[in-house]
Design a protein around this ligand. Structure first.
Ligand code: GDP
Ligand code: GDP
Length: 437
């Protein structure tokens, strides 16, 4: 599971700027989808030895609020879930009384931590860090979030502090697990019900997989000789054990599950309608590049009007998931559930398909012929040939001239076109552009 790195510190020291810096890595690969919102609190970063989950706890503790509000419940939970804390301070402000108070609290929590002196672009790094030694939290590290200074070494430093992961996943373990399917969705969407239904219905042949314990979030099963591992984010096993079925929804667990999966099943509650949380989760799924199947659950007991409403909402709010197969199911009654796995298989097969250079180039030529890329400063963008640059998700690399100027709308046109012609349902498709040569 991805390590969790959590930003703490008082407001205005640059946490959200640092968050953006730590998560912004593959933007160039992803076309801008209209309507896609990004979570400003949780993200996955891939700088240095990554990937990792990065959490921004927002501003905590201002002088007027007093230090007692420092460990507000939210922040405290976030800190508990963290593997490593980045305590961010501001080189320009120097070491403030609030910093000292926060340091005191953090020291008591005893999590591995790095002291990050941000905005060091405005100072000599040595001077910037000097007075923070007094906090007694080890060597302060000077960075600049806005300039992108010393960010990669910071991530490398954090990774060096992380405990060795207990058991390294070998390729054999991976084979053993079969297709890994993350079941994600907001609380109450029906994830646990769906997992029970899937596992129960397929006459479970649970197999022993290394690292599978009773509490594991990995639930192995087999269907028609095909192995699957469901990755549970709902705390199914835990709930059965613990009486108080408190909602243990965690964005972090969801992000980790998505990352560990080959295919994500996004479960949506048709009774509740499609809300912000669904859109945010969908955004995370898009950013991950994973193959997706959408399950609109609780389709039972909806009248015709309500059904139309949900369909319209889906198109309006989650239109960017148009590449995914959509199932209307009832996890409770079992309708539509069997077909879900067929499309999980299909999505995975498409995500890992090999695409030939001549075919991609031929499709590119046809696309360009039908609809020319625009002129930039009087010169037309030239897209000459294409080849596959990666799988899972498929990446199509396009070579030409001035390709970096290709507008988002034209990228979307190409993506849609490739997807349709190649019949690539269920997987996102990424474009990468190369100029010259
Ligand atoms: P947060 O409240 O801790 O999330 O802080 P923000 O990320 O919103 O940053 C607060 C202000 O500090 C903004 O005006 C940023 O542009 C600025 N800032 C953040 N990082 C740096 C940096 O490395 N150098 C400089 N000079 N300014 C920065
Ligand atoms: P989770 O939090 O996503 O794991 O959701 P649960 O599986 O615990 O389900 C939340 C509630 O929705 C429970 O009361 C379920 O019985 C109910 N539920 C789940 N699936 C369906 C469904 O297909 N139809 C209806 N009507 N209720 C469902």
């Amino acid at each position: 599971m991805l390590p969790v790195i959590t930003l703490v510190g008082r407001p205005n020291v640059g946490k959200s700027t640092l968050f953006n810096r730590l998560t912004r890595t593959r933007d160039a690969l992803v076309a801008d989808f209209p309507g896609l919102t990004r979570d400003r609190q949780y993200g996955v970063g891939r700088i240095g030895p990554g990937p990792y989950v990065i959490v921004d706890t927002g501003g905590i503790a201002t002088a007027t609020e007093g230090v007692e509000t420092l460990m507000e419940r939210q922040v405290q939970l976030a800190i508990e879930e963290a593997d490593h804390l980045l305590f961010v301070v501001d080189a320009r402000d120097g070491c403030t009384p609030e910093d000292i108070a926060i340091a005191e609290r953090l020291r008591r929590i005893g999590k591995p931590m790095t002291l990050v002196v941000n905005k060091s672009d405005t100072f000599d790094p040595l001077l910037a860090t000097a007075e923070f030694h007094a906090l007694g939290l080890g060597e302060p590290r000077a960075v600049s979030a806005t300039q992108g200074m010393a960010i990669r070494p910071l991530v490398e430093h954090v990774f060096a502090q992380l405990p060795e992961s207990a058991e390294e996943e070998t390729p054999e373990d991976d084979d053993e697990r079969g297709v890994k399917v993350a079941i994600v969705g907001r609380p109450n969407a029906g994830k646990s019900t769906l997992i029970n239904r899937l596992v129960g219905e397929e006459r479970v042949v649970a197999f022993d997989s290394p690292g599978t314990t009773r509490d594991s979030v990995f639930i192995p099963f087999e269907r028609d000789g095909q192995r699957y591992t469901l990755i549970d984010t709902a705390g199914l096993r835990r709930r059965a054990k613990v009486k108080e079925a408190i909602e243990k929804f965690s964005v972090i667990k969801t992000l980790q599950a998505i990352e560990a999966a080959n295919v994500v099943v996004l479960v949506i509650d048709a009774h509740a309608g499609i809300g912000e949380q669904d859109a945010t989760l969908a955004g995370h799924v898009i950013d991950s590049g994973r193959a997706v199947v959408v399950a609109i659950n609780k389709w039972d007991g909806l009248d015709a009007e309500a059904r139309e409403q949900v369909k319209a909402q889906f198109t309006r709010k989650l239109g960017f998931l148009d590449f995914a197969k959509l199932h209307r199911i009832s996890a409770l009654h079992g309708s539509g559930v069997g077909l879900l796995l067929d499309d999980v298989d299909l999505a995975y097969a498409n995500a890992t398909r090999n695409l030939s250079t001549p075919e991609l180039t031929r499709l590119l030529e046809a696309a360009v012929q039908e609809h020319q890329p625009p002129l930039v400063r009087g010169r037309r963008i030239k897209l000459r040939y294409a080849h596959q640059g990666g799988r899972n998700p498929p990446v199509v690399v396009i070579h030409g001239n001035q390709t970096e100027e290709t507008p988002a709308s034209y990228k979307r046109y190409l993506i849609n076109r490739f997807r349709r012609e190649l019949d690539l349902l269920g997987t996102p498709l990424r474009l990468e552009f190369k100029s010259g040569g």
